[in-house]
Design a protein around this ligand. Structure first.
Ligand code: FAD
Length: 349
């Protein structure tokens, strides 16, 4: 029988790994604790609007990833966005031109991972709490103590602190690799409006996204906001109400991790107000909320791309992938999963 693989984590890294294995005819099953695939590329459908909770867009640099994105575009699940980025600082709002190609999911970010997972077996609402070895194979035990398996191989496709917990007692060398990668938290808020946003002097009315420059002269822990996007300006969402996604600075998030959702959202919206000219009145939101991402973004990695694949796999059949092994972006997560899947397929007996 062909080598069977369980992948824990149906974010883009786990899904990319699964697709590479499946393309080589190897059986694979994904598990995720959430209601659907997507991980940090997930979106929330509210009555007023659909908001992206994690990544707002992604850039493309690597040729293999570019080919993949081309296939997504042909399937209609991505489009380029934003057309222009703005940068807000004490000297006002400026258009930011850098020539980088940026894309987003259509009609929401989670459309990408949904599309990729269409032909994969994904077991959702299933949190894997421990791994049990048995005769060179692995059983997965979930939150209801139900056992899944056995599998020849298990890929942990999740942020390193979560992977480390599962590795405890099994694979000290891989657990140590996980320890070297710090995943920092991030608050991500949204606010919906039933009136259009006011015009800003010198800024296009249809501005799509703005990066907020770090405030000078005060510590980053007191500077809440780093990025704001208008969800209704994204492709495939025209006609829905005005809504903002507001991403917090990592330093501020670390310092304010214990806030409740509503307070975090209010603080981020207030910070956005402060970036508008005093003559401009932002309407009151009709609803707002926030998501606390505990493991949002890997910090500068010990090895970066140099983290050799061999350091992320064990002879006992365990392996690791995810953005943390490569870099802080969607592209890194995809490449990490794709390359691991190719390597595992290459040495399947
Ligand atoms: P994840 O997407 O985190 O997937 C891991 C999955 O594992 C999750 O679905 C989780 O539910 C599951 N899981 C964890 N533990 C278990 C368990 N025990 N059992 C079962 N399932 C489990 N990148 C960009 O390129 N551009 C951006 O603009 C951008 N903005 C971002 C903004 C925010 C707020 C955040 C949080 C991230 C952003 N990123 C951005 C980063 C990007 O989203 C990530 O790099 C990428 O999505 C990570 O994918 P992944 O598959 O490695 O991990």
């Amino acid at each position: 029988t062909p080598v069977s693989t369980a992948i824990i984590g149906a974010g883009i890294a786990g899904i990319a790994c699964a697709r590479a294995l499946q393309a080589h005819g190897l059986p694979v099953r994904l598990f995720d604790k959430a209601r659907g695939p997507g991980g940090r590329m997930s979106s929330r459908r509210l009555t007023e609007a659909t908001v992206d909770l994690g990544a707002q867009f992604f850039s493309v640099r690597d040729p293999a990833f570019r080919r993949e994105v081309k296939a997504w575009r042909q399937a209609g699940v991505v489009a380029t966005w934003p057309e222009a980025l703005w940068e807000a600082s004490t000297s006002g709002w400026q258009r930011h031109q850098d020539g980088v190609e940026r894309w987003t999911g259509v009609p929401r970010m989670s459309a990408v991972t949904r599309h990729m997972a269409e032909e994969l077996e994904v077991v959702t609402d299933t949190r894997i709490e421990c791994l049990e070895p048995e005769e060179q194979r692995w059983w997965l035990v979930d939150q209801h103590e139900e056992r899944h398996g056995p599998f020849d191989r298990v890929v942990l496709a999740m942020p390193s602190p979560q992977a480390r917990t599962l590795l405890q007692g099994h694979e000290p060398s891989l657990a140590d690799e996980c320890k070297a990668i710090i995943q920092r938290p991030c608050w991500a808020a949204w606010a919906c409006f039933d009136a259009p946003l006011p015009s800003l002097p010198g800024v296009d009315d249809d501005w799509q996204a703005v990066r907020l420059a770090a405030a000078t002269g005060q510590p980053a822990t007191r500077d809440p906001l780093r990025f704001v996007s208008r969800n209704d300006s994204k492709p495939g969402r025209h006609g829905q109400g005005e809504s903002l996604s507001l991403m917090a600075r990592l330093e501020w998030s670390e310092e304010h991790l214990d806030l409740d959702d509503e307070t975090a959202a209010r603080r981020l919206l207030e910070a956005f107000r402060e970036h508008l000219p005093s003559s401009v009145e932002l309407p009151e939101p009709t609803s707002l909320g926030a998501h606390r991402w505990r493991y949002a973004q890997p910090d500068v990695f010990a090895g970066g791309e140099a983290v050799n694949l061999d350091h992320r796999r064990s002879p006992a059949g365990l392996a690791l992938c995810g953005d943390g092994w490569r870099g802080p972006r969607v592209e890194d997560a995809w490449l990490s999963g794709h390359h691991l899947g190719e390597a595992l397929a290459a040495d399947a007996p």
